[in-house]
Ligand binder design. Sequence first.
Ligand code: 5GP
Ligand code: ZN
Length: 112
Amino acid sequence: MACIFCSILKGEIPSKKVYEDEFVYAFHDIDPKAPIHIIVIPKEHCANILEVATDSDMMNHIVKAIQVIAKQEGVDAKGFRVVNNCGPDGGQTVEHLHFHLLGARQLTWPPG
Ligand code: 5GP
Ligand code: ZN
C-alpha cells in the first residue's frame, strides 16, 4: 500500500529536511499552519499511535528529535505545540505515525 511519508523517506517525494537520525526524520509541512510547522516521523512505518509497540524505543527517539528541533528552530524559549492526529475524528490524513511541531506564533486553544 502506498504511503506518502514512506515515499518521502525513500526520496521518491522531495521534502525539506530539518532533522534526521537513525530512527527519525523531520521535514517542513507542505501546507504550514504556523510559521514553524514541522512533521516528525519514525523511519519505520507505523500507521498511528495505537500501533506503537510500547516495548520499543520509538517514542524516546521521537521525543529526542522534538527537543533538538525545538532548539534548532528557536521555539524552545517561547513555546510550541506538538500534535498527533489519530484516525478520522482526530483528523489524520496520512496513515504513517507523525507528530506536528507548530510554533513561532501564539497558538489558540481549543483546536478546531
Ligand atoms: P495529518 O492531517 O495526517 O495529521 O497531517 C498530515 C500532514 O502532512 C498535513 O499537515 C499535510 O500538509 C502534510 N503533508 C501531506 N502530504 C505531504 C507531502 O507530500 N509533503 C509534505 N512536506 N507534507 C505533506
Ligand atoms: Zn509509511
